[in-house]
Design a protein around this ligand. Sequence first.
Ligand code: ZN
Length: 235
Amino acid sequence: MIKKRKKFRTLPFILLLLLTVVTSALLLKDQIGLAGGEEAGEENFLILVNRQNEVPPHYTVDLTLLSNGESVATAIVPALQQMFDDARAQGVYPVVASGYREAEEQQALLDEKIAAYIASGYDRENAAALAETYVSPPGSSEHQLGLSVDINADPMKSTAEDVYTWLAENAHQYGFILRYPECKEELTGTHYEAWHYRYVGKTAAVTIYKENLCLEEYIEQYVDSAVDVEKEAEE
Ligand SMILES: [Zn+2]
C-alpha cells in the first residue's frame, strides 16, 4: 500500500517533466518555423551530383518545410538550425533563399536564364550554353537532393557580404561546405557561388575547408581511394 502511494506521488513530477521536454522541443522548433519533419533518414551526405553525375533516378528524400515555404532534407535541419542560431548570436542574420527543388523548378529557372540571354541578343544555342554555366540543368542540380541551400542575408539586419563572410569562415563547423569555390570552376563545372552551401557532414566539411578542396577532389582523394584500399584488402 505504501509503495503504491509513493509511485503515485512521483507521477505528477514525471508528467511535468515530460510536458517541459515536449514544450521546449516545440518552442525550439518554432524558432526556425518548422512545419513538420520526421527522424533523420539515411541520406548519403557525400552523394556527388554535377554535370557528369546526375541525381539517381529513384532518389528520395524526407523533407522538412521551413516557415518561408522552402524545404530542406530533414536530416540537415539540426545542423542548419545550429548554424543560423550561432550566426544570429554573433549579429549576422542569414536566411534560406532556396532549398529543395523539383526537376521542373530547376528547368523553369534555366529557361528563365536562357530567355534573359536571348533578350540581350544571344542566339538560342549560345544563350543555352551560357545559361548552363550559371544554372545547372535538371538532374545535375544539387538542390534536387535537399542537401543544398542558397543562403542570403535578411536585408533588414545584415549585408550579403557579412553573411557570406561568416559562412565562409564558419559553415564547415556545422557540416556545410561552400560548394562552388573560386578557382575550382573547372572541376565543379559551376561558377563561384558565395551563397550555395551543401551539407556533407562535419568530418568531410572540416577536411574540405582545411585542405581547400572542392567536393569532387575530396571524393577522389578520400572516398574513392578508401574504396580501392578496401578492395585491395579483400583480394
Ligand atoms: Zn544553389
